[in-house]
Write a protein that binds this ligand. Structure first.
Ligand code: PNS
Length: 162
């Protein structure tokens, strides 16, 4: 049976930090599904374009696909019979929140394990919100995001400034 892992997140937008985690997960599992999920405590900037943008950024990765899900993460995990939920950890500050989610997901559905992958050192500080802040003030984000995301960010904040 194929080992499927789900990598859920807001991906608003996807960064090189996410892509690093996805590539490493794709080396471990047969298939990785990047699941653009609803985080009730955030309202997405790329509400409409996120799926297409994420797909474009990951198009070269053979065993990686992208899906959109509005419901509970564990319901999707159960539906596709995934065996793992992937989470990237950057710093100690991520841990408490992620640990709480992992335990809650486990209580809701026992059929999958949360697997934590540590961010590589160059991505330790990287976050989508930081990238958006840099782009908003016309800073250079080329080292933090794939080219397609950089283009979208430029477009988005160019429109905002007019
Ligand atoms: O990138 P984020 O915003 O930190 O990702 C958080 C996300 C989307 C993975 C989390 O909010 C989530 O799992 N949302 C789906 C709804 C759900 O299952 N919530 C219960 C988690 S314990």
């Amino acid at each position: 049976m194929k080992k499927i892992a789900i990598y859920p997140g807001s991906f608003d937008p996807i960064t090189n930090g996410h892509i690093d985690i996805i590539k490493r997960a794709a080396n471990i599992f047969d298939k990785v599904i990047v699941l653009i999920s609803h985080n009730p405590s955030k309202s997405p900037t790329f509400a409409i374009g996120r799926e297409a943008l994420t797909k474009e950024a990951l198009k070269d990765l053979g065993n990686v696909s992208v899906d959109l899900w509005d419901g509970l993460l564990v319901d999707y995990v159960r539906k596709v019979e995934a065996c793992a939920i992937i989470k990237g950890l950057r710093a100690v500050t991520d841990f408490e929140y992620e640990f709480q989610m992992a335990l809650t997901n486990k209580a809701l559905y026992d059929g999958a394990e949360t697997v934590f992958l540590t961010a590589s050192t160059e991505n330790m500080y990287l976050s989508s919100s930081m990238v958006k802040q840099i782009a908003r003030f016309s800073g250079d984000v080329s080292q933090f995001v794939p080219e397609c995301v950089e283009t979208e960010l430029k477009e988005l904040y160019k429109l905002c400034q007019h």
